[in-house]
Design a protein around this ligand. Structure first.
Ligand code: NOJ
Length: 768
């Protein structure tokens, strides 16, 4: 509870209680102004080396490229502001004691980690949580994760990742909210609020919005490759979720690795100063991505490490993650008069202020006796299972193959992911990250089915050959995860024979397939988006048995499912659903939970369509043109499953689309209303979506843009009327001709429905 909320709750004036509270609540929230004043007082006492120390984030673990010693010596000299990649609470406390007791000014260390989708309790991966189309899901999950992280000494998380990703080949698509700036902004805000609360205080974990900016547009979907993008695309699409997170009060930003229009993002003055500070008024601090300051040399942008430090600090990058480039060079640059000391001061101040706001000076240590009890709170698993259920997307359900009957007795479970505890939680798991081993005991889909069907059920399991990435990344090397050996002909034949026998004996085949969790995320791009290995052969064999086949997907990106979509009767996109993932899949397969998630990304018909996104512009020969009606010779240019798409065990109807006014002036707002009815026989969730298109103006605008959504629950036969505003923030865009944000007079198409192909339509006139 913040101080002002506490006073409100007590119903007593703040001034009367201020003194008493300062004594009674040592961890009380400090206002931003108080924190800033304290930071200024402290700054005046600091030597140049101590200031530069605050800009240094040291690694808490040994890494091959660092060959580093323990940071003890530097900490005692007051030359470490933050430490990352450390989760051992005894070590966190030991290092904090060094900082607080041995360093001259007793400034505590800010410990940071990638708490991306949970700590001990692992929630669905971010792309999955975005599929819930429910910002409360993100808020609740990240609030819970923040409580865990804080108890374990982590007060700063490198979350949310808000990069727009239009290219499924890019592995990091799994870490964000998908392709759309409007949905992405809502999820970005919710995550900041989940971690920080309404403002940064003693209960917060500070959010870090990353990767600023344009990282998701890497050429060819190859991670770390350059992005080239005109300012209009940057402003209208890629920067929007960043701005939303900034407006929600995010304390920190992380600069991206890649070149943006030939200037590396980590030394990019336009991004870090002109946009972030000048245009948006950001008051927090910017950390580089890991080693990104040093990497300015690798890019061929900085001459040497001193030049890298110079270019980064002068562009507005405050803290150097892991590379020690600031530690080694900034003092000399200041002494030589190249970097003004005021630039260093401006970088240090927000770091100190955030430490004050967090109450770190009063409470620097972890209470080791409480860590395990917090991390193992049973309510976390209940929340995780609920959120996992809300995040799944039913892609296909022919002949009501799903839900499965509760009294089902004979099931064949096939696929390499069906019992993989490594994969069900996805990548970026705090405790699994450096090969420490997850302590969360996740439920796989096989386990979930067994839990559901009980000991008498006849379940045959055929995993088939292991799948996995061919070139192991650094994290794989550290955790000992090896590339699988390709199966021999004999192993393939044996697997297919087992699938055939298991399917013949079963009432239903549940295939759990997709990609291993390390096939998406950082440095995990794929050119082909098909199911890897012999998974498709296993599916064909199962299908040949004539038994119903249900495909449950675990994956971190849109896949090329053109064969599966044609032949498999039921497909459930489970993504990586987290610790209770297997139980949540069983909830959905057996109808205890009616799936209501929707795709936050378009699924292609072929990898060759990538990058693919629904909000593209019209061409001079639109898709429907009778003369030139396809933009590929060999595949339609529409997606296999469109953005916003997802089925339910019930059906919904949209009707009665109305505008509170069909004509208005620039600056006014019209309310869209639409009725949504559950026309089926079971209760379920629908996500109502509103799209617009501006027909003419100072620039061509996308065929459709999402401008409103709401996830609602409807009983059979129930109708709800939903309203959405269409005003300045929905209708404005940044025009490449006027170089500014404005609503332009035009005719706007407005659609409402259950996905981005919605046909219910009306028109809005906007006049001068
Ligand atoms: C590199 C990744 O790009 C970034 O997302 C992450 O936060 C940092 N490493 C720290 O682990």
């Amino acid at each position: 509870m913040t101080k002002s909320n506490l006073f409100k709750w007590l119903g007593i004036s703040g001034s009367v209680l201020a003194f008493a509270c300062a004594l009674a609540l040592p961890g009380r929230a400090m206002t931003k102004e108080e924190a800033h004043q304290k930071a200024e007082v402290l700054l005046k006492k600091m030597t140049l080396d101590e200031k530069i120390g605050q800009l240094n984030q040291s690694s808490g673990i040994q890494m091959p490229m660092l060959g580093n010693e323990k940071p003890d010596g530097l900490i005692e000299q007051g030359r470490v502001g933050s430490i990352l990649w450390l989760t051992n609470v005894q070590e966190i406390n030991r290092l904090q004691h060094l900082a607080v007791e041995k360093s001259r000014l007793h400034i505590p260390i800010l410990f940071a980690f990638d708490v991306i989708h949970g700590y001990r309790t692992v929630f669905p991966v971010p792309l999955a949580m975005a599929s819930s189309w429910d910002p409360n899901v993100e808020r609740e999950a990240q609030h819970y994760a923040a409580e865990d992280a804080r108890a374990a000494g982590i007060r700063w998380t490198f979350t949310p990742m808000v990069d727009i990703a239009r290219d499924a080949r890019w592995g990091r698509i799994v870490e964000g909210a998908g392709e759309d700036p409007y949905l992405g902004s809502a999820m970005a805000r919710a995550q900041v609020e989940g971690f920080q609360g309404s403002e940064i205080g003693p209960d917060s974990v500070v959010a870090c919005v990353k990767h600023f900016a344009g990282y998701g547009a890497a050429e060819g979907g190859r991670d770390y490759d350059s992005s080239y993008m005109p300012e209009e695309l940057m402003q209208n699409v890629y920067l929007r979720p960043f701005h939303a997170a900034e407006q929600a009060g995010a304390g920190t930003f992380m600069s991206a690795y890649m070149d943006l229009n030939d200037v590396p993002a980590s030394g990019n003055h336009w991004l870090l100063t002109d946009v972030l500070r000048k245009d948006w008024g950001f008051k927090g601090f910017v950390v580089s991505d890991a080693f990104a300051v040093k990497n300015l040399e690798t890019h061929g942008y900085a001459k040497d490490s001193s030049d890298a430090a110079y270019k980064a600090i002068m562009s507005g990058l405050d803290m150097d993650m892991a590379s020690q480039t600031y530690t080694n060079n900034l003092a000399a640059l200041v002494k030589a008069g190249k970097v003004p000391e005021s630039t260093i001061d401006n970088a240090v101040l927000p770091i100190l202020a955030i430490k004050y706001e967090l109450g770190l000076f009063e409470h620097p240590y972890v209470d080791e006796s409480k860590v395990e009890a917090t991390l193992n709170r049973p309510e976390g698993l209940v929340l995780e299972r609920k959120i996992a259920g809300k995040s799944m997307v039913l892609l296909k359900n022919e002949n009501e193959t799903l839900p499965l009957k509760a009294n089902l007795k004979k099931v064949a479970v096939i696929g390499p992911l069906a019992n993989s505890t490594h994969d069900i939680e996805g990548g970026w798991t705090v405790e699994g990250l450096f090969g420490n081993g997850s302590k969360s005991h996740p439920a796989t889909v096989l386990a979930g089915l067994k839990n559901r069907l009980g000991p008498d059920a006849d379940i045959t399991f055929v995993p088939g050959p292991e799948i996995g990435r061919v070139y192991p990344g650094l994290l794989d090397q550290m955790s000992g995860r090896k590339p699988p050996a390709p199966p021999t002909e004999a192993e393939i034949a044996e697997t297919l024979a087992k699938v055939k026998a298991a399917a013949a004996n079963a009432d239903v085949v549940v295939a759990v397939m997709g990609e291993t969790s390390n096939m998406s995320s950082e440095a995990a791009s794929r050119a082909m988006l098909n199911l890897p290995g012999i998974q498709e052969q296993m599916l064909k064999t199962a299908l040949a048995s004539g038994k119903p086949v249900v495909l449950v997907l675990e994956n971190g990106r849109p896949l090329d499912l053109h064969w599966e979509a044609k032949h498999i009767p039921a497909i459930l996109e489970a993504w990586y659903p987290g610790t209770e993932g297997g139980n949540a899949v069983a909830d959905v397969l057996f109808g205890q939970v009616n799936p209501g998630g929707k795709l936050p990304v378009s699924f292609p018909r072929s990898s060759g369509q990538e990058p693919l996104h629904y909000n593209h512009n019209l061409t001079h020969e639109p898709e429907t043109s009778p003369t030139f009606n396809s933009r590929y010779e060999d595949v339609l240019s529409t997606p296999l499953y469109p953005f916003g798409y997802g089925l339910s065990y019930t059906t919904f109807k949209f009707s009665n689309l109305k505008l509170s006014r069909s004509s208005m002036k620039v600056g006014e707002t019209s309310e869209v209303s639409v009725d949504v009815t559950n026309t089926g026989s079971v209760g379920g969730d629908e996500v109502a979506q509103v799209y617009i298109h501006q027909r003419y103006g100072s620039a061509s605008r996308p065929v459709r843009e999402l401008k409103g959504f709401k996830r609602i629950t409807l009983a059979p036969g129930e109708t709800k009327t939903l309203t959405f505003p269409l005003g300045t923030s929905e209708l404005e865009f940044w025009s490449p001709q006027t170089k500014k944000w404005a609503v332009e007079p035009s005719t706007f198409d407005v659609w409402a429905g259950g996905d981005s192909t919605a046909s219910l339509h009306t028109e809005l006139q906007v006049t001068e």
